[in-house]
Structure formats: structure tokens, C-alpha cells
Design a binder for this molecule. Structure first.
Ligand code: F0G
Length: 499
């Protein structure tokens, strides 16, 4: 018998329930051993604020963020040793230029050094945002930047420059019954109305891929294209917040008609034809622990409209980050990034990565717990209001904070409240608490770090908490209720048990 014919009968991949990972461990790190009592003591000292809890004591999964928490590949670790720490135009800079041109398109990184500066390396995403919005803020007053969903630091950097930040979430995001695969889309109808009436107020429009604030949901190619065309119709440049560009491309390949047969690199290229520039934190799909960038498209509307801005950014960078050829990063970081960008566009990596987030979400659903569906690319978002449905938990009890605190002390797993507390605001003059539309606890999955069994154990811990939800008390805020970005700073204590 022909061996190929024989093998074929044994390999119907679709019948497999469990696929092996497309990588194996290169080195491992043993966790510390801590009891729930020890964790509780540490969390009390941290004022129940999970950001202040020592990471060494996280004995379950640390799902606080997928940012900078990636396990690097052996090739990236090897590349670190090739780092060149020269002050100007280090070796990694040229490797990175090649990787950016290959990944996003050659128009985003000019190869005419000294003549055209359209690519700026930064140490992380928010520093690119600060540079961009500081220069845009200087253009005038009463400005506004719309987005399909501003990330919190993006919004903070916009507002710090006296620009209004507006979210145009898609109607599908607010509709739990919607089965749309692209809930991260921008509401194009509202976008067009906005531009019709006030395009002169808008120096740039933004699309965040994937939409982190909107549940890590992807944006379709059709939406990207439509937003770009509308923006250009009203002479407004379009920028991407491109942190999770590869994950977004995977969803397009998976669910959008006409893209199934296209490769991830091809889809990424097409996405970036519909932008005039982008900011990015490489701590996500750059697969590194530190890094960011700001890129303007050569020949794009942004540079056409604001030709002076690259020079202003150059000055900003010299003052605050360093020479633009290293931009606040060490040469070795830049080398690891140039290699990391190639990992994130690999089909088998993305398939496993996004599949893992989905399997994690399914475990939680199997226990009957409410999450935002479908699961996004990098995180599972637990719906706090539905979790506490039927209990005495009130919005002002901040159940999401209680949940993250209990999960950490009892089970050693760290998640992050992104809901009534993180996005709410309190007016000390009126004593009024203004609540946001969404109330989630986010479990962000670091790249290449955990095995499915680890995440399954998190789902089980959540189920144990849910079984006792009547006994979960709310929290009172002992410090920081009125502060901006209060979730990073506040302290809490449990109220008396709510039974
Ligand atoms: N934009 C988005 C969409 C982000 O998710 C983040 C960071 C940033 C910008 C800022 O990048 O951290 O490098 O300064 N998100 C992390 C998170 C912190 O946990 O979601 P940065």
C-alpha cells in the first residue's frame, strides 16, 4: 500500500478534540508557594488593589494584562545577544526597519534616512500617544478625536491635551443577542454624521484594532475600508491604534468573506493600505516585553495635511526619549522586536493563541457563567452585572473589585476590573457616581505563557466563586474615589457580608 494513502486515513484533523501546541517550552519558571492566608495578608496590605499585589505571589494565572507579558521565542532570546548599543543608527534599527516595511508596508518606514522621518521608535504605546497628541493639541482649540473605542491611556493622553475623546462603539457590541463576529467595528453612521457637522474639529480619526475597550473584539476589513473612505471624503486622516493588528487579521481571515484563502501577512498589508499612520505598543503583537512606535504613511493624507509634524515629533523625541533610531529602547530590545514581529504573523501561532482564548471562554460558559460573546482575541471579559444577578450587589458596591480581590486571595489568580470602578467617575461636590455603559472583569491571556489546563483551572475558580455569589460582599473605597485613573491608585476594604 502507498504510505501516503495509508497515512491519509489516519489524519482527519477535523475529528481531533485536542490539538498539540505549535511550540514547546524553551525554559520554565517555577512559581512560589503561598497559602490563601498569605495572599490575603498581602492583598489587605495592597488595599485590595490587584495592581499593588506582588506578582511573585500569583500562584494561579496572572491575567492582569497581555501587555509585555509575552514569553519570547528562543530566536528572540538569541537576537538579544546580537543587540548593538550604539547611540545612533544601531544595527537593530535597520533590522527593525526591514521588519516594519515587510509587516505593514514600505511606505511606513522610509529608507531615505536623514531625508524623510516618518518612523519613530518609542519605549511603549502611551509615549507615542503623548508625542502625537501633544503636537496635535497645539493645532488649535475645541478639537475632537473619535475612535471605535479609545483605550484608557489613549483617552487620557488626548484629554491631557484638551482634546475631546469620543467612542463610537458599534450597536452590535451593546447587543448580547448579536452574533456578529466584528463587534469591534466603528458605528459608521454616527461617524459620518459627526464628520458632516464637525470635520474641522477633527485632526485625525482613530480605529483601535482589536477594540480592547470594546471587549477585545475585532474590526472587519469592510469597516476599516468604509471608515477610511468616509474620513477621506471629509479630508480627515485615519490612524490605527494597531497594538493587536495580527489578532485582528486572524479574525478577518476566519470570518470575513473573501479572506479565507489569503495569508495573514497579505491581510495585514491590506489593512494598512486604509490608514494614514498608526501608533502601536509592541508589547502586544510585537511579542516583546517593551517597545512602541509612531508611523506616518509616506504619501498619506496625514503628512500631506501636517507636513511640519514629523519635525515636531523628532524634537519631542530628542527631548524625551532619545535619538529616534533607538527611541527609549536598548539596542537588544530592538533586535528582539524585529524577530518578534515575524512570530505574530504566523498562522499556526495565531490559530493556537486565539483558539486558547476561545477555549478558556468556553470553559467559563460551560460552568454557566456570563461572558462577552464571542470571545475576543486577547482576553475573556466576564459580565459582572450578570454574574451578580439575583444577589443584593448594588452598582455602588463595585462587585467587580470584590471579585478580583477574592479570586486573587482564594485562588491565586489575578484579573482586572474594567467596569464601574475603572471607567466610572465620582463628583465629590455632588456625591454622584457616574457609571460607564460596561461592567466587566477582564482576564487577559499573555502570549505563549500558559497551557490550557491553567486557564481551565481559572474557569473552575470562577465557578466556585459564583456558587457562593450571595456571600460576596461589596467594597468601600478608603482612598482615591475622586482621582483620575483611579483604578491604578485606589484602596478598598470589604463591606460587611451581604447576606
Ligand atoms: N492602545 C491599546 C489598545 C492598548 O491596549 C494599550 C495597552 C495601549 C494603547 C498602550 O500601550 O501599555 O505600551 O503604553 N494596553 C495594556 C492592557 C496596558 O492591559 O490592555 P502601552
Amino acid at each position: 500500500m502507498n504510505t501516503n494513502d495509508l497515512i491519509r486515513t489516519f489524519t482527519p484533523e477535523a475529528q481531533r478534540k485536542v490539538q498539540p501546541r505549535p511550540y514547546f517550552n524553551h525554559s520554565v519558571e517555577f512559581k512560589g508557594l503561598y497559602t490563601p492566608q498569605e495572599r490575603t495578608r498581602a492583598l489587605d496590605e495592597a488595599g485590595l488593589n490587584v495592581f499593588n499585589f506582588p506578582a511573585d505571589m500569583v500562584t494561579g494565572c496572572d491575567l492582569l494584562s497581555d501587555s509585555g507579558t509575552t514569553t519570547m521565542s528562543n530566536e528572540q532570546w538569541a537576537a538579544l545577544h546580537l543587540g548593538d548599543e550604539s547611540y545612533g543608527s544601531n544595527r537593530g534599527y535597520f533590522k527593525l526597519r526591514e521588519a516594519i516595511r515587510e509587516t505593514f508596508g514600505s511606505e511606513y518606514f522610509s529608507d531615505r534616512p536623514g531625508l524623510v522621518h516618518n518612523a519613530f521608535i518609542f519605549h511603549q504605546g502611551r509615549s507615542c500617544e503623548d508625542a502625537l497628541f501633544t503636537t496635535l493639541g497645539a493645532l488649535g482649540s475645541n478639537l475632537l478625536i473619535p475612535n471605535n473605542g479609545h483605550f484608557d491611556t489613549t483617552q487620557a493622553n488626548i484629554e491631557a491635551n484638551h482634546i475631546e475623546a469620543l467612542n463610537l462603539f458599534s450597536p452590535e457590541l451593546r447587543n448580547p443577542a448579536s452574533s456578529s463576529h466584528f463587534k469591534g467595528n466603528m458605528d459608521v453612521q454616527r461617524f459620518e454624521e459627526l464628520l458632516k457637522n464637525s470635520n474641522d474639529r477633527i485632526p485625525v480619526a482613530y480605529l483601535t484594532l482589536t477594540n480592547n475597550t470594546g471587549g477585545g473584539q475585532p474590526v472587519s476589513m469592510a469597516n476599516i475600508k468604509e471608515v477610511f473612505l468616509i474620513a477621506h471624503l471629509y479630508h480627515v486622516p485615519l490612524f490605527f491604534d494597531a497594538c493587536r493588528f495580527a489578532e485582528n487579521a486572524w479574525f478577518i481571515k476566519q470570518f470575513e468573506e473573501g479572506y479565507t484563502e489569503r495569508s495573514i501577512p497579505e491581510i495585514v498589508h491590506e489593512m494598512f493600505t486604509y490608514a494614514d499612520g498608526f501608533t502601536i505598543s509592541f508589547k502586544k503583537d510585537g511579542m516583546v516585553n517593551m517597545g512602541g512606535g509612531l508611523f506616518f504613511k509616506e504619501g498619506g493624507l496625514f503628512l500631506d495635511k501636517y507636513p511640519h509634524i514629523p519635525d515636531a515629533i523628532f524634537n519631542y523625541q530628542i527631548q524625551k526619549e532619545g535619538h529616534p533610531t533607538y527611541g527609549g529602547l536598548s539596542g537588544r530590545d530592538i533586535m528582539a522586536l524585529a524577530v518578534g514581529l515575524k512570530v505574530s504573523a504566523r498562522d499556526e501561532y495565531l490559530e493556537y493563541r486565539i483558539g486558547q482564548v476561545k477555549r478558556f471562554g468556553n470553559h467559563i460558559l460551560d460552568y454557566g457563567l456570563p461572558i462577552l460573546e464571542p470571545t475576543g482575541g486577547h482576553a475573556v471579559y466576564l459580565d459582572v452585572n450578570r454574574f451578580f444577578e439575583g444577589t443584593k450587589m448594588q452598582p455602588g458596591d463595585f462587585g467587580g473589585i470584590s471579585l478580583t480581590a477574592l479570586l486573587l486571595s482564594a485562588y491565586g489568580t489575578r484579573g482586572c476590573e474594567l467596569g464601574y470602578f475603572a471607567f466610572g467617575t465620582w463628583n465629590p461636590a455632588t456625591g454622584e457616581e457616574k457609571l460607564p455603559e460596561v461592567n466587566f472583569v477582564r482576564f487577559a491571556v499573555p502570549r505563549l505563557r500558559y497551557e490550557d489546563a491553567d486557564l481551565e483551572s481559572v474557569a473552575e475558580s470562577l465557578k466556585l466563586l459564583h456558587d457562593r455569589r450571595d456571600r460576596i460582599p461589596g467594597v468601600e473605597i478608603t482612598y482615591g474615589r475622586e482621582l483620575a485613573l483611579r483604578h491604578f491608585k485606589a484602596r478598598f476594604r470589604f463591606k460587611d457580608i451581604n447576606v
